[in-house]
Design a protein around this ligand. Structure first.
Ligand code: ZN
Ligand code: ZN
Length: 286
């Protein structure tokens, strides 16, 4: 059985203003449970709240997977309390197109003068593993498969399979204008959920109506995500990695438009919890 919960749904930078508070202002963090095993995808600022929840039941054991290491996906890690507690155990998986390991990258983030506490003082038992597209990471009840995405400095999409259920986490990816991303279509085949980078509207992406174009910025649209849903026979669609300039009302509008094309769509919000196999939850505003 797969359950997953969103702790951070925002892209690029946290937003603290009241007009984004309903969907939430924290950056990317997804908790996934395969039976009772804990998997975390990205450690944006949302992971701080996940950490608070996990501290209620020690020891904590789990795996953390990185789509990539841009700020909005790593910035919460120094504030993830379970990492400081002896007896907890984490395996961290990630990589990039740069010749640096995931361990070096995360440790560099916690280096003076930008951060006062070095990662080495964290008390948990932490293992680091560099992974590449095509790799498969196995747990007792699940397996995680990676695919490459189109994003500056590279990023990974992940598929989690657990007892005939599956979800795909595909954030920070830019679609191709002339063809579908075949790797993502293959990774998403028959999946129960596709969580997809829906940062821009069609007009924003193309720079229509007097706006600047966002082409080559590394992000996509819900419309493009729904093409993957159709091609791969995915059952449910989640709009994710909301643009920091999109307020609650605007995200609702994007969600409504997605639902018109594919009713089993929902815009992710902080606290949204989904159990695969049950009906897709109601939207935040219904
Ligand atoms: Zn991002
Ligand atoms: Zn990015």
């Amino acid at each position: 059985m797969i359950k997953f919960k969103f702790w951070g749904v925002r892209g690029s930078v946290p937003t603290g203003s009241p007009d984004t508070a309903k969907f939430g202002g924290n950056t990317t963090c997804l908790e996934v449970r395969c039976e009772n095993e804990l998997l975390v995808f990205d450690s944006g600022t949302g992971i701080r709240y996940l950490g608070n929840e996990l501290m209620k039941s020690l020891p904590v054991k789990g795996k953390i997977f990185y789509s990539h290491v841009h700020w909005d996906h790593i910035q919460g890690l120094p504030f993830f309390t379970p990492l400081y507690v002896p007896g907890n155990e984490f395996q961290i998986y990630g990589g990039s197109s740069m010749p640096v390991t995931i361990e070096e990258t995360l440790k560099k983030q916690m280096t003076a003068p930008c951060f006062p506490v070095p990662m080495d003082i964290m008390g948990a038992n932490i293992g680091f593993f560099d992974v590449a597209p095509g790799d498969i990471v196995k747990g007792d009840n699940y397996q995680v498969t990676l695919a490459s995405q189109n994003h500056p400095n590279n990023s990974f999409a992940y598929r989690v399979d657990c007892n005939n259920q599956s979800i795909v986490f595909a954030t920070d990816t830019e679609h191709y204008e002339d063809k579908l991303d075949e790797d993502l279509v293959e990774l998403s085949q028959g999946a129960d959920y596709l969580i997809y980078d829906s940062q821009y509207t069609y007009d924003e992406y193309h720079g229509f109506n007097g706006q600047m174009s966002r082409k080559s910025w590394g992000h996509s649209t819900a419309e493009e995500g729904l093409k993957i849903v159709k091609a791969a026979g995915v059952k449910n669609f989640v709009l994710f990695h909301h643009d920091p300039t999109h307020n609650d009302e605007f995200i609702c509008k994007l969600e409504r438009e997605a639902k018109e094309v594919f009713p089993n769509s929902i815009a992710a919000y902080e606290g949204l919890e989904i159990e695969v196999g049950k009906p897709i939850p109601d939207s935040l505003f219904t």
